[in-house]
Ligand binder design. Structure first.
Ligand code: FAD
Length: 266
């Protein structure tokens, strides 16, 4: 196995130019699980660990190699909350937001946040740069539109972030667990509300009918919250698998969304 450890982005692109199929290794918390299980055996690896350009983080941009350990300190509530729920301290020290996008698991915990705030994904390759909306980038279970030789630069946040954001997830226990259902809810000062759901569809989904309904309500009462919860559940597209059932996921995502919305209303 050939391992390259560039120290800048230009070096990454040079390494990928000579071997576009090389595995890009960020934290390795997804990739190395596959390697250890014998499910992935790359001929070449390009490590991103020493590339500082991918670690930049500002008000409107999160570099792909920013770890959850750093994101836990965000003053964006949902971003800090989701980061705190990922794996263990060791996983959060290594795992990155770019790796979550690269893996594109329907249960990736950063993805509901990215979808709820309508973030874009910035990509670069030898051929040039492109910026895609989150729903152009994520196309299905463990599927995205990255092509060989392309690198995720990072996540571009909207210039104006919603006033309130909240993240919630449920798994079979409280820690070190893949989400059975997750949500990110945002609410702007105007009342405009977004809801993104994880692990209840082929990829992260927005609950558009629930958003439209609750955005029109200035001060949601119990009846409005119940209607909202119901619409979120209906908008989910869950399946039954080894982690949970379709019925439980549908119910859980509605409850999580209601609780997250209530936190946004305080
Ligand atoms: C014990 C354990 C617990 C976990 N718990 C959670 C959890 O609670 N929630 C959760 O969402 N995930 C969890 N995960 C999964 C994993 O930690 C996350 O998906 C994490 O975001 C992966 O980031 P990484 O940097 O380690 O990715 P890597 O393993 O380095 O890469 C993953 C994929 O993304 C690609 N990639 C990485 N960076 C780039 C880039 N800049 N450009 C292009 N492609 C790139 C890689 O080539 C690879 O295909 C867990 C994993 C383990 C082992």
């Amino acid at each position: 196995m050939e391992i390259t450890r560039p120290t800048d982005l230009a070096g990454v692109l040079v390494a990928l130019d000579s071997n576009p199929d090389a595995l890009l290794l960020a934290g390795g918390t997804d990739s190395m699980v596959l390697v250890n299980a014998g499910l992935l055996n790359p001929d070449a690896v390009v490590s991103l660990r020493a590339v500082d350009e991918l670690k930049s983080w500002s008000d409107d941009f999160i570099g792909s190699a920013v770890t959850y350990a750093r994101l836990e300190t965000s003053d964006i509530a949902a971003l800090a909350e989701l980061s705190r729920t990922v794996g263990s301290p060791q996983i959060r020290a290594a795992g990155t937001i770019g790796g979550n996008l690269g893996t594109a698991s329907p249960a990736g915990d950063a993805l509901p946040f990215i979808a709820a705030v309508d973030a874009s994904i910035e990509l670069i390759s030898k051929a040039g740069s492109r910026t895609l909306r989150w729903d152009e980038f994520l196309t299905g279970p463990k599927q995205n539109v990255l092509f060989p030789g392309e690198v995720i630069l990072g996540v571009r946040l909207p210039a104006e972030m919603p006033l309130r954001t909240a993240f919630a997830k449920i798994g079979v226990r409280q820690a070190m667990v893949i989400s059975i259902a997750s949500v990110c809810v945002t609410r702007a000062a105007s009342g405009a509300t977004t809801v993104a759901m994880g692990a209840v569809g082929p990829t992260v989904l927005r609950a558009r009918r629930a958003e439209e309904m609750i955005s029109a309500v200035d001060e949601p009462d119990e009846q409005a919250l119940t209607g909202f919860q119901q619409l979120v559940s209906e908008d989910a597209q869950p399946i039954t698998d080894h982690r949970s059932t379709e019925e439980y996921r549908r119910m859980a995502v509605g409850v999580l969304a209601r609780r997250a919305l209530q936190r946004c209303l305080i």
